[in-house]
Design a protein around this ligand. Sequence first.
Ligand code: HEM
Length: 148
Amino acid sequence: MNTDASSPASQNVAATLFERVGGLAFFERLAAEFYVGVRTDPVLLALYPQPDDLTGAQRRLALFLAQYWGGPTDYSDERGHPRLRMRHATFPIDDSMRDRWLKHMNTALEVAVAAWRGDDAVRRASATELVGEMRDYFVRAADHLRNV
Ligand code: HEM
């Protein structure tokens, strides 16, 4: 048994959310589901520079979220500092746009978490907390990006 109090195992170091969901695959699924919703939403879609090809936007969202929640820094390695408010400055985001974005993200979250937890008892036990944590962040982030 490991009794060394200075070792991470016995310090109960909190796992990052990235680790708790098992890595990048979860965020790829989440971003993919989110863009399934965006494709059904002509109002939101109209903001996108390339509405016919959302693969780049989807990938950037997955990498950003993975990085935000403690995963590898691929997003910043490719794009630099996130500066999301600046990157969204050219898209007029009002309350209704924020609500559309959040609706698609909340749906995507339900689908991605349901797929992730499956029948696994341990995952099922933590799923509600995970959803709550992510949802709170998305509400704050989307609110912060309003610019009109
Ligand atoms: C509130 C409503 C929002 C709207 C209407 C919106 C819209 C957009 C649009 C039109 C793009 C451009 C996609 C492209 O480059 O092709 C974009 C990029 C992006 N959005 Fe949003 N967004 C919103 C909220 C958010 C939130 C809350 C997050 C993160 C939590 C986010 C993360 C990103 C990221 C990471 C990119 C890619 C930035 C880059 O590296 O170029 N967005 N968004």
